[in-house]
Ligand binder design. Sequence first.
Ligand SMILES: [Zn+2]
Length: 150
Amino acid sequence: MSNLSTDLTGSSNSRARERVFDVPKRCWCREAVVVLISKSDPNLYRRYYRCSFAATNKLWNDEHTFKWVDEALLNEVDALATKNAGLEQQLKELRTERLEFEKMVYEKMEKEVLEKVEDGLGEAKSWSKKMMSVILLVCMVMIGLSKVVG
Ligand SMILES: [Zn+2]
């Protein structure tokens, strides 16, 4: 019997220390946690989580689970907000990374396009040079021919 009780207290203590739920699911005494409505004046109709063992035995000022539902939910919301802030930071970092990547790609593309345009211009230039020399040659031939004819 003493073995059982030490085992119980030992495991329940470690459990209470290990897991602190914002919204309690189970009391450290292994009884389920229930939602009750306060009937006392300062917190009338305020809902709270209570260890069902403590509730059925009408315990008061005990160590069993007691937590206001709104406070527990607020804690959860706070936890979520903290999580969200972390996610937002990650998103921000991702966005910055993406922007930098896009900038890099854009700059690379711009450079390539510019190079291609320059290549094209170069080709056009050499082509017009060829054309010019052909035209010059034709002119010279025509002038020569006209001299021969004349
Ligand atoms: Zn309990």
